[in-house]
Write a protein that binds this ligand. Structure first.
Ligand SMILES: NC(=O)c1ccc[n+]([C@@H]2O[C@H](COP(=O)([O-])OP(=O)(O)OC[C@H]3O[C@@H](n4cnc5c(N)ncnc54)[C@H](OP(=O)(O)O)[C@@H]3O)[C@@H](O)[C@H]2O)c1
Length: 260
């Protein structure tokens, strides 16, 4: 039996695919999310799982998980829970944006610190922070807050990864930056993809392979990696315009689907 892994947002999508993959590798799992019945079903399917029901956009819920982690022996921590919202900035309720910032930034930040400190004490381990390709681009009109939260996750994670490497730590932190992945993300963000997505299973498999190699930035999909490489040579202004057009297309696709 291998060690344990903690996965936030394990009730669907990329988190669930990561859970299935790590379970096959023999890891025990701590599955964290809000939907208790889903987590229980997954725990039954996989076996050797603990379920921790928590809304990680709420401070006191994060504290409760932190306390639990002090007594739970784990080798891998995956900060995956997150969501986005598409639309005009003035039309999105502030409460929704604050909840996104609390989950995508505050929770990710605090669990990176908790996990990093606990793993240092244990002698090593892995942290995987799920950002997005959105976080590697300068900005995303019509998904402004989401892009900004993921830019935070990407910048913050790369900085910590560098610090840990410089101190020759046995703890590594990697940043996963997927493009479109077929999950429940769009349902939550109220849009349709403008581009075809990869499967959550492909994303999880590639991410874990690279995480175990202690890669700092992980981008699943060759076409995406090529696109990001050439994107470096474009002016920031143009990249922002391209990102905005993509988001507008997503909104149009979902409007046309809803009126069909
Ligand atoms: N799908 C994509 O195209 C894509 C691309 C790039 C990056 N990502 C990132 O990948 C991560 C996973 O998303 P996904 O695509 O797999 O979407 P998903 O299927 O909607 O999964 C999101 C997960 O986060 C959990 N979650 C949401 N709010 C939460 C909260 N307040 N507290 C605790 N857990 C919460 C959800 O569980 P409950 O609802 O049960 O709480 C669910 O398990 C996110 O960080 C997302 O930003 C996704």
């Amino acid at each position: 039996m291998k060690a344990n892994a903690v996965i936030t947002g394990a009730s669907s999508g990329i988190g669930l695919a990561l859970a299935r993959n790590l379970s096959k590798k023999g890891y025990g799992l701590l599955l964290v999310a809000r939907r208790e019945s889903r987590l229980n079903e997954i725990a039954q399917e996989l076996g050797n799982c603990h379920v921790f029901v928590a809304d990680l956009s709420v401070d006191s819920e994060c504290e409760r998980l932190e306390k639990f982690l002090e007594t739970y022996d784990f080798e891998i921590f995956i900060n995956n829970a997150g969501f986005g919202e598409c639309g005009k900035f003035n039309a999105i309720p502030l409460k929704r944006e604050f909840s996104m910032i609390a989950l995508n930034i505050f929770a990710l930040h605090r669990f990176t610190k908790t996990a990093s400190q606990l793993l240092e004490k244990k002698g090593g381990g892995y942290i995987l922070n799920v950002a997005s390709t959105a976080g590697l681009l300068p900005a995303g009109p019509y998904m402004a807050t989401y892009y900004a939260t993921k830019a935070y996750a990407a910048s913050f994670t790369q900085a910590i990864a560098n610090e840990l490497e410089n101190s020759k730590s046995k703890v590594s932190v990697s940043c996963l930056c997927p493009g479109p992945v077929d999950t429940e993300f769009n349902q939550e963000a109220h849009v349709e993809f403008a581009l075809p997505g990869i499967t959550a299973e492909f994303c999880a498999n590639y991410a874990l392979k690279q995480m175990f190699r202690r890669k700092k930035v992980i981008v699943p999909g060759r076409i995406l990696r090529i696109g990001l490489f050439f994107g470096r040579f474009l002016p920031r202004n143009l990249l922002v315009k391209i990102a905005g057009k993509q988001q507008k297309r997503k909104i149009a696709e979902s409007l046309s689907k809803n009126t069909d």
